[in-house]
Design a protein around this ligand. Structure first.
Ligand SMILES: NC(=O)c1ccc[n+]([C@@H]2O[C@H](COP(=O)([O-])OP(=O)(O)OC[C@H]3O[C@@H](n4cnc5c(N)ncnc54)[C@H](OP(=O)(O)O)[C@@H]3O)[C@@H](O)[C@H]2O)c1
Length: 276
């Protein structure tokens, strides 16, 4: 199955749909990654914080898919923020993954209380300039966090992975990112924790298109150009989450989904919450 790609602000292209790996560990994680790659995924999303980089790397090797065909994305943990710390952490992540370079490397959370966000960003830019990472990016950054990186370095991140689904649409943040060429990639894109999949509007669209409520949530994102990294450990659901490109919402459908947005206050606030 061919997955559409999006070209980032540094010219590197990544698939619009990737496989999330949060909460999967050990051999079951490796099996799920291997199954996902064989199902057609070509982007893997992990993080040092998930304690599964070794398993993700194992799944990549066990899949038989060439490393060069897969975008490997991982993240810098809060405890590793700082210039030297971030450089070392990226090397450690690559070692655990068993790869020579990392394709997409994200600052996982801004963690403002540490005061090391800009130093960490400078480290990612250095790693990108040296070719050790292909794409420097961030996750859970709000407008003012992004603006701070640009003000201090003159460079916007290529990508910001944010909590995003029809229930938490992040409209203003995405408009700001789009203005500055920052690709939006959604985590928890299925919106199931927001209990939106049983909403009448979602069920109506699922019936109309012969798709599952999860596919309706994911289609909303990709139709807006938002990347998604749904996680599933089951091959059937992995395939289902890729099957998003043979139907289109019209403006009435989109209005039904827009009505589900609970606004910015429903999103986790990365000025208040910090994950290390
Ligand atoms: N940057 C960050 O701070 C951050 C935070 C959270 C997550 N993430 C990343 O984003 C990824 C996705 O987020 P997420 O894992 O929280 O949420 P998600 O992918 O929206 O949902 C995952 C859950 O939905 C189930 N599921 C997936 N597809 C399904 C389908 N078609 N039908 C029924 N159930 C389905 C999965 O169960 P089964 O496995 O049993 O199918 C799992 O319980 C993570 O795995 C991680 O890589 C990043």
């Amino acid at each position: 199955m061919d997955i559409p790609t999006v070209e980032l602000n540094n010219g590197f292209a990544i698939p619009l749909v990737g496989l999330g790996t949060y909460d999967m560990l050990g051999q079951p994680c490796a099996d799920a990654v291997s199954s996902g790659l064989r199902a057609g995924y070509r982007l893997l999303d992990t993080a040092s914080r998930y304690s599964n980089e070794m398993s993700v790397g194992m799944g990549l090797r066990e899949s038989g898919i060439s490393r060069t065909d897969v975008v490997v994305q991982t993240k810098l943990g809060g405890g590793d923020q700082g210039f030297d710390e971030a450089i070392n952490a990226a090397k450690e992540s690559a070692r655990r993954l068993g790869v020579r370079h990392i394709d997409v490397y994200l600052i996982h959370w801004p963690c403002p209380s540490l005061g090391r966000t800009v130093e960490s960003w400078k480290a990612l830019l250095t790693l990108a300039d040296e070719g050790f990472i292909r794409v420097p990016g961030v996750s859970n950054f709000k407008q003012h966090h992004l603006q701070m990186l640009y003000d201090e370095t003159g460079r916007w991140p290529a990508l910001n992975q944010i909590q995003c689904s029809p229930a938490i649409a992040r409209t203003e943040l995405r408009a700001f990112m789009s203005e500055h060429g920052i690709h939006a990639q959604a985590w928890h894109p299925t919106g199931r924790k927001e209990h939106m999949l049983a909403e009448p509007g979602v069920l109506r669209l699922a019936r109309r298109f012969g798709k599952s409520p999860t596919q309706i949530a994911l289609r909303w994102a990709v139709q807006h150009g938002i990347g998604v990294v749904p996680k599933s450990s089951h091959t059937g659901r992995q395939l289902e989450n890729l099957d998003l490109f043979d139907f289109d919402f019209d403006s009435e459908d989109l209005a039904d989904l827009t009505a589900l947005d609970r606004g910015e206050r429903a999103a986790r606030d990365s000025d208040v919450e910090e994950e290390f």
